[in-house]
Design a protein around this ligand. Structure first.
Ligand code: SF4
Length: 216
């Protein structure tokens, strides 16, 4: 009997962030969702190769945030099992599959931004003094799917359940929507998307909060 992970991973084709997964015979093919029609892509067969593919963008710049909408183009990966697929997707988007499965089971715990900021120590402690108005602007610019990050935000601003930013489109908080298509970039339209979920603000956003407070 298949476990829930296998069931989702075998429901191909689907998109996971900017990665398109589809079947070809008994193999699984992955590529950048913009390029399924391309036939001159560099081929890879090892799920570990996803680590290098995900490291730099098209211009060769390091990608500190793997869920930023700048996955490089020009590659195709051919895999032989759902276990290999799980490994590869884990390298493209670290931790996101586990979070998705926890969310599906109703077991995902989210942490508000204020809670995350309040537990910072050392040089990041000052980040907790950021104002609500500053959070509103910062999160809108930093997490926006168009150039910022493709995750769907599930966390709240504070323990009262305040929305993370009133300046983000409502689609940014809806796990049923494809954040890439929300950008107006269709790529391969598979109809199915496994969302990249954000259950807790990342270190990069915390660092950005600190910068705002310090006026940098
Ligand atoms: S806080 Fe979440 S949505 Fe915002 S940039 Fe970080 S990972 Fe992406």
């Amino acid at each position: 009997m298949q476990n829930p992970v296998e069931r989702v991973l075998e429901a191909v084709p689907f998109c996971f962030g900017e990665v398109l997964v589809r079947k070809s015979g008994k193999s699984l093919l992955l590529c950048h969702r913009d390029e399924d029609a391309q036939d001159d892509l560099e081929m890879f067969q090892n799920p570990e190769d996803a680590i290098e593919i995900a490291k730099y963008d098209d211009a060769g710049n390091y990608r500190p945030l793997k869920t930023a909408p700048n996955l490089r183009h020009g590659w195709r990966m051919k895999l032989q099992s759902s276990a290999e697929l799980k490994h590869a997707l884990g390298h493209f988007y670290p931790g996101r599959l586990a979070v998705f499965f926890a969310w599906q089971r109703g077991e995902l715990r989210t942490t508000s931004l204020r809670e995350t900021l309040d537990r910072q120590s050392g040089m990041y402690r000052i980040a907790a003094t950021i104002s609500d108005a500053q959070i509103d602007d910062l999160v809108a610019g930093f997490c926006h799917s168009n150039g910022g990050c493709l995750r769907t935000i599930l966390w709240k601003r504070d323990q009262h359940g305040t929305i993370a930013s009133t300046k983000l489109p409502i689609q940014k908080f809806d796990p049923t929507l494809d954040q890439v298509q929300a950008l107006g970039r269709t790529g391969s339209a598979t109809g199915t998307t496994v969302p990249l979920l954000c259950q807790e603000s990342c270190n990069l956003l915390v660092a950005a909060c600190r910068k705002v407070v310090k006026g940098e």
